[in-house]
Design a protein around this ligand. Structure first.
Ligand code: AMP
Length: 613
């Protein structure tokens, strides 16, 4: 991994970029980034063979952003991507990396979005365009997208673009790019036609592929769980509940996700601590020592921080975020199975990362077998039986005083002992409820599946289903639980509320459902549609929510922010790219509500919700 040892600073990125990377919690470049940044900064063409999950977006976005001339308000970088989802995600990555570059604009353009809107946005002179080939070609033909100032063109997921029939459009664009501009081609595979395009258009390209180190891993039982990004936390909790675990180390990608996950697990009553590169030596040693002595059960670590970690007690390694390459995988899982013990390694993979899983299997010469997410029933059974064991211990003690207290409470509350016991059980199990939320394996909106990339710092996972056409239909809004959740209760009248936490705070629908369900004690089936905007989220809840619950919910914090819940009324919410302004209609039954899903295609500038007036 020697070439991977250089830091972002040593790679020569600007202070603006370094600052964003630091805020994002990236600790070091991934292998593909280490290999691509130098040649791209040096103006060379490159061919990068890399899959999703390797950090390839940063591999081209960072060095190319470094070259942008902020005095020029015209496209200097053009990225072609196979789908609008990918285009939006790549644009978001650019936006988050360039967060501190004043006056920076990036624009995703794709079919299905209003031409007029795109024209207006193009007039503002974005320095980076990320588009699907068909729409980019349209604009070039009309003269609304001019490439005179272009410094670099990137073909992202070239093999996917080929599969989708974009090869002619790509060739057309390549033929019309300025001759002196740089070209970078990224592809997971290199079919003949891609090689042909590469040979024709790239000049003396540097070839980059991250060689898999072949290592055999023994004495470790390796499993994978297929799960979407937004269900990872719930899946993790279930795994933790049913596996007989001792010490566990959970790997994540960034410092930020490390801290966040540790907080979430702590909040659910797991003795856990983060372990990342920004903690001082003493704090790190303390955490490791606590794990060794059994004071902590879980460490949530980044690769950097867990280097060399040797704790016999670690029986499980969970790869919550897939590692960037097979070498990192081997390092990670080597933290378990120490001192002749057998260990277990569980890898969380999103649909889009399945290819990476196979690469890891090949490289490690081992089979990683599928594992099911434990069902709510299994988890509830475990919880109940553990509770039974605890109660059994208490039963062995002297309970005379408590028996009297029970009698008194029953009298005071006018309930029988059954009901009192049930209420007490409810209280005791608050952190580990016996009724678990369901995991929905539905297709999700790309915005919600972002990784811990952006200033938004939310999780990105499996990308959504691809559209075959560049001129596809409009995307679905980020919503959850709507029709399904309430289909058995169609008569429940819903009211729309707004809360002060949005995508930029890294919130996912799961966090919101969890917080409301737990804090307001509402069955999650009665939580209706949820729509994430940049800075706020709307949630449909049954009409007539008691005031005291609402005032409690106001103070509840999600992703570090108080919810400050209130009725949405006529507030209009603006999304920085996908959800256009839409007026919530609290007077209609929820099923009739407008979906507010028109892609606005604006630049990636988060905007505040405006008042409607
Ligand atoms: P990609 O392969 O470009 O789809 O990126 C995969 C994920 O890795 C994204 O969630 C990025 O935010 C994240 N990522 C990219 N580079 C780094 C890095 N150097 N350190 C931590 N996370 C990263």
């Amino acid at each position: 991994m020697s070439s991977n040892e250089r830091t972002f600073r040593e790679l020569g990125l600007s202070e603006y970029l370094l600052r964003s990377l630091d805020e994002l919690g990236y600790e070091k470049p991934t292998p593909i980034q280490s290999a691509s940044i130098d040649p791209l900064m040096a103006g060379k063409d490159i061919i990068g063979q890399a899959q999703t999950g390797t950090g390839k977006t940063g591999a081209f976005a960072l060095p190319l952003l470094n070259k942008i001339d902020m005095k020029i308000n015209a496209p200097q970088i053009l990225v072609l991507a196979p789908t609008r989802e990918l285009a939006v995600q790549v644009a978001e990555a650019f936006g988050s990396y360039a967060k501190h570059m004043k006056g920076f604009h990036v624009l995703p353009i794709y079919g299905g979005q209003s031409m007029q809107q795109q024209l207006n946005a193009l007039k503002r002179g974005p320095q980076v365009i990320v588009g699907t080939p068909g729409r980019v070609m349209d604009h070039m033909r009309r003269g609304t997208l001019k490439l005179d100032s272009l410094k670099a063109l990137v073909l992202d997921e070239a093999d996917e673009m080929l599969k989708m029939g974009f090869i002619d459009d790509i060739e057309w664009v390549l033929e019309h790019k300025p001759a002196n501009s740089q070209l970078a081609l990224f592809s997971a595979t290199m079919p003949e036609q891609i090689k042909r395009v590469a040979n024709k258009h790239l000049s003396n390209p540097v070839n980059i592929s991250i060689a898999a180190s072949h290592t055999t891993v023994e004495s470790i039982d390796q499993r994978f769980v297929q799960v979407s990004q937004h269900n990872k936390l719930e899946a993790l909790v279930r795994v933790l509940e049913v596996e007989n675990t001792e010490g566990i180390i959970i790997f994540v990608r960034t410092r930020n996700s490390c801290v966040e996950l540790a907080e979430k697990l702590e909040a659910r009553g797991y003795a856990s601590s983060p372990l990342h590169g920004d903690m001082n030596q003493q704090a790190r040693e303390r955490a490791v020592d606590q794990l060794k002595r059994g004071k902590l059960d879980i460490l949530i670590a980044t690769d950097v921080a867990a280097r060399g970690l040797d704790v016999e007690r670690i029986g499980h390694v969970v790869n919550y975020d897939i590692p960037y390459d097979s070498e990192a995988y081997v390092h990670r899982i080597g933290r378990t199975g120490r001192a002749g013990r057998t260990g277990m390694a569980i890898l969380f993979v999103t649909n889009r990362e399945m290819r990476m899983l196979r690469t890891i299997e090949r490289a490690t010469n081992s089979r990683i077998s599928p594992m099911k997410i434990p069902s709510p029933e299994t988890v509830a059974e475990r919880r109940l039986s553990r509770l039974g064991e605890q109660i059994q211990e208490t039963l062995n003690g002297d309970l005379e005083f408590m028996k009297n207290a029970v009698a008194e409470l029953c009298q005071q509350l006018e309930v029988d002992t059954d009901l009192l016991a049930a209420a007490l059980l409810q209280q005791v199990q608050q952190e580990r409820p016996l009724q678990l939320p369901t995991i929905t394996e539905r297709q999700r909106d790309s915005r919600d599946e972002r990784s811990e990339r952006g200033d938004r710092n939310s999780d990105r996972g499996d990308r959504p289903r691809r559209e075959r056409s560049d001129r596809g239909s409009r995307p679905a809004p980020t919503s959850f639980g709507s029709a399904d959740a309430l289909k058995d209760n169609p008569d429940v009248k819903m009211n729309r509320y707004v809360i002060d936490v949005g995508r930029e705070n890294g919130v996912g629908v799961g966090n919101i459902v969890g917080a409301i369900a737990n804090e307001a004690n509402i069955d999650s089936r009665f939580i209706g549609q949820i729509q994430l905007f940049d800075q706020v989220t709307t949630v449909d809840l049954p009409d007539g929510m008691p005031k005291d619950i609402l005032s409690h919910l106001k103070k509840v914090r999600v992703c570090g922010r108080p919810l400050n819940i209130r009725e949405a009324g006529d507030e209009v919410f603006v999304d920085s790219g996908r959800g256009a302004p839409r007026k919530p209609r609290s007077d209609r039954p929820r099923g009739d509500r407008p979906r507010g899903d028109r892609p606005a295609g604006a630049e990636r500038r988060p905007r505040k919700p405006r008042d409607n007036g």
